[in-house]
Design a protein around this ligand. Structure first.
Ligand SMILES: Nc1nc2c(ncn2[C@@H]2O[C@H](COP(=O)(O)OP(=O)(O)OP(=O)(O)O)[C@@H](O)[C@H]2O)c(=O)[nH]1
Ligand SMILES: [K+]
Ligand SMILES: [Mg+2]
Length: 437
């Protein structure tokens, strides 16, 4: 039904790079280009039945496949180099990318949400570069990037695909713009293109730790029953990565693909909202069905439908925490919050995070904080560094007085925990432990 696989002549010629991957990646071991070997392995995987007896073989194939894909994306030597995204300066508190097949209305949406004119037209590949705009929402600035349309094969160099995807990888959230008149094969195809370069949509990093060791082989431990993965498959995958000695701790029911993600590294776990645009072309029942799909929002740029909801959904996905600061005896400064975006690696927003964002040296003088807002039972409440703040809390930092600081410093010097020596003491204990037992 969907006809996205047809990469138009324009796409091929505008890049002059359809065969780039092939030309540059002749495999060292002979037997065709990297691309051909990838296709062979993919075929073999699809033909192999999935059961206990084949799990080890599949694990090996998948690990090989993963390494080949990485070789292709990050060629080592031969003047290749990692593909860079479009050079657009990151501004604001979060970055969101518009990804989709050609002519689904990405540019129209950028213009509608940011006011920045990005050319929109009825022909494919109207946009050939990255156009940034800014959405102002709830005191924060969100950078929205319009990107050229993707086609199938983008991750292997078709169209401006690799550049588009590299830019998408720099985003905190992806808005996948979809054509509501076509089936969801488009969603799967795009997801696959993004997955090929290590972007994982709406997934969490697997709860698995792998610690390389100097000897002792593989030490495998799982804290939950595993239905798709076991020690043997783990060993096969690790062998492909030449890891023969490692401690592996699995804390969730992972698949081999998820385990490879951990080993291979360089994955980007990214939230994604599926935006069905042009719903003005649909019947009400059809709109209703799309709107109920998970992580999906329906809009019509032409009719200006549902922007409010789209923005609210975006906001919720960003899980942004704004914390306002206040000086003693004054009203809080509501104009300039400290902002934490969990997408950028800060899982929780503690008082310590807030202090560090205000000023690094402030932590030395930190005594406690008065916190007002939903994170505390009474407002204000005296809180320490580890207290976790909520969105729209107000914080007043109380510093140590000179006398208190001197006292604290004195205590440190005379006590056993002289600054900096902490780690050494612990390490010594650890070293000695095996001797004792
Ligand atoms: N019916 C309808 N048409 C729309 C809507 N939004 C955009 N269009 C039309 O769809 C066509 C493509 O829009 P663009 O914004 O250029 O799409 P794009 O995804 O940026 O396309 P490329 O840059 O070529 O990848 C234009 O003719 C728009 O007028 C909508 O909500 N309803
Ligand atoms: K277009
Ligand atoms: Mg466009």
């Amino acid at each position: 039904m969907a006809s996205f696989s047809t990469s138009s002549a324009k796409a091929g010629s505008s890049v002059g790079g359809g065969g780039w991957a092939k030309a540059k990646h002749q495999s060292a071991g002979g037997g065709g280009s990297t691309l051909e070997r990838i296709q062979q392995i993919e075929l073999e995987i699809s033909r192999t039945q999935k059961n206990k007896a084949t799990a080890k073989h599949l694990g090996e194939l998948k690990a090989k496949l993963c390494k080949l894909k990485r070789d292709m994306l990050e060629p080592s030597g031969g003047g290749g180099g990692k593909v860079a995204g479009f050079e657009v300066q990151k501004i604001g508190d979060a970055r969101i990318g518009l990804v989709g097949f050609p002519s689904v209305g990405k540019s129209s949406l950028l213009t509608a949400l940011t006011g920045v004119q990005s050319e929109a037209a009825a022909y494919e590949f109207t946009t050939l570069t990255c156009i940034p705009g800014v959405i102002y929402y709830n005191d924060i600035r969100i950078q929205l990037l319009d990107l050229p349309g993707l086609i199938v094969g983008a991750s292997t160099g078709k169209g401006r695909g690799r550049q588009v995807i590299a830019t998408a990888k720099s985003c905190d959230i992806i808005l996948m713009v979809l054509d509501p008149t076509k089936d969801d094969a488009q969603k799967e195809m795009l997801t696959k293109e993004l997955e090929n370069v290590g972007i994982r949509l709406n997934k969490k990093p697997p709860d698995v730790t792998v610690r390389p060791t100097k000897g002792g082989g593989l030490k495998f431990q799982a804290t939950v029953p595993l239905n798709h993965f076991d020690e043997e498959v783990c060993a096969t995958v690790l062998k492909q990565y030449k890891m023969h000695n490692a401690d592996v701790l699995v804390r969730e029911d992972v698949t081999v693909d998820e385990f490879i993600d951990v080993i291979d590294g360089n994955r980007k776990y990214c939230k994604c909202i599926y935006v069905y645009n042009k719903i003005d072309l649909l019947k009400l029942e059809e709109i209703d069905e799309l709107a109920r799909r998970p992580q999906s929002v329906v809009v019509s740029v032409q009719n200006k439908w549902n922007y409010d909801y789209l923005l609210r959904r975006l906001w919720d996905e960003m899980e942004i925490v704004r914390v306002y600061t206040k000086k003693k005896g004054q009203f809080p400064d509501f104009s300039d919050p400290i902002i934490i975006t969990p997408q950028r690696g800060n899982k929780l927003f503690t008082v310590e995070n807030a202090v560090l964002l205000l000023h690094k040296s402030l932590l030395e003088d930190f005594k406690h904080a008065f916190v007002l807002g939903s994170s505390v039972k009474q407002s204000p409440q005296v809180c320490g560094k580890d207290h976790i703040l909520h969105d729209q809390d107000v914080v007043q930092i109380v510093k140590l007085t000179q006398a208190e600081k001197a006292k604290a410093l004195h205590g440190k010097k005379t006590g056993t925990t002289i600054a900096g020596s902490n780690i050494k003491v612990e390490k010594k204990k650890e070293d000695k432990a095996p001797l004792k037992s």
